[in-house]
Design a protein around this ligand. Structure first.
Ligand SMILES: Nc1ncnc2c1ncn2[C@@H]1O[C@H](COP(=O)(O)OP(=O)(O)OP(=O)(O)O)[C@@H](O)[C@H]1O
Ligand SMILES: [Mg+2]
Length: 308
């Protein structure tokens, strides 16, 4: 079964130079087109809870935007509005030229094929092989159910192998997904999203359940892919240090409101504390860990009952 597929690296002739990613062009005179526009978007879940509060932002093609904010600030709600999983109570959302509010179900389905989504808990099918998990990224474009790897067209399986090679896991193609480490599973989830050929990649806390080293690997991979393909990435994170290194731009949310919108190149390290205090409501947020690349709160000075 599997022998009919060739790992992509094996098909390259020895004399052929490895294709290099296209160099990132210098800043063009023309600004990149806007691919996501929120215009006074409010989402009222119920009379007490506002998920988004008068949010107006424009996100350009190829930009990596990080959403930062405390739990409940509206990060996931923002992402779900981008791919039409949730509709605004008021305001307008335009994604890839398509007005998303009041879009028909078929329109939303076809939009979601152009928008990849990566989750904190990977959402892989554990007992399924890595390769088949990647193939499922194409389900939206194929008619009818697929009852196993061999029910996918060979071309899809071949491309799934190519995507696995891209994320460095082609040697694990036939292993059960749930036998991989967390970092490896997130790489499979990225390969599954890439096989969709998305125009936009949404990532909801993609490294929240990973150790610092795996987190860095996953984030660097997302950054490389975004640069290579001019892929627009919108990613929610809790780690300020990673956000500053990874993003082109940070949007800070608090209670559904945009309380900060900065280019990371223009934000100095010294401003990190003030950034987080803006999104967290805490005037002087405690120290950040440099080594782990994550926000760490110094608990030493707290009473045991305050340590959570
Ligand atoms: N379907 C829903 N029904 C009612 N309230 C909701 C719903 N989804 C989200 N909320 C509320 O909207 C607010 C924003 O939630 P959201 O999940 O977007 O936060 P978040 O920033 O992603 O948090 P976290 O960091 O914990 O993932 C929260 O108060 C949440 O309880
Ligand atoms: Mg969330």
């Amino acid at each position: 079964m599997s022998s009919s597929l060739t790992p992509p690296s094996a098909t390259k002739k020895a004399s052929q130079p490895t294709p290099q990613p296209l160099p990132v062009p210098p800043a063009a005179a023309e600004p990149a087109p806007t691919v996501v526009r929120f215009d006074h978007v409010t989402k009222q879940f119920n009379p007490q809870v506002r998920g988004l509060d008068d949010v107006s932002v424009e996100i350009a093609r190829g930009e990596i935007t990080v959403l930062l904010g405390l739990s409940g600030s509206g990060k996931s709600t923002f992402l779900r509005h981008v791919n039409g999983l949730q509709q605004p109570t008021s305001g307008h959302i335009n994604v890839l030229g398509q007005a998303m509010e009041h879009a028909s179900k078929p329109t939303l389905r076809s939009m979601r094929r152009r928008i990849g989504f990566i989750f904190q808990d990977f959402n892989l099918v554990g007992p399924m092989s890595v390769l088949e998990n990647v193939c499922t990224g194409r389900l939206g474009a194929l008619k009818g159910p697929r009852l196993g790897l061999m029910f996918y067209p060979k071309q899809v399986r071949q491309e799934a192998l190519e995507q696995l090679e891209r994320v460095g896991l082609v040697d694990r193609a036939y292993q059960r997904a749930d036998t991989l480490s967390g970092g490896q599973q997130q790489r499979v989830a990225i390969a599954r999203a890439l096989i969709q050929h998305p125009d936009i990649l949404l990532a909801d806390e993609p490294v929240a359940s990973l150790d610092p080293v795996s987190s860095r690997g996953v984030i660097e991979l997302l950054q490389q892919i975004s640069r290579e393909k001019s892929l627009t990435v919108i990613c929610s994170l809790h780690q300020v240090e990673i956000a500053l290194n990874f993003g082109d731009r940070i949007i800070g949310l608090r209670s559904g409101k945009v309380v900060m919108d900065e280019r990371t190149a223009e934000v100095g390290r010294d401003e990190v504390l003030s950034i987080y205090s803006k999104v967290s409501d805490v005037p002087d947020y405690p120290d950040f860990s440099e080594s782990a690349g994550a926000v760490e709160v110094d608990l030493a000075g707290l009473k045991p009952e305050d340590r959570g």
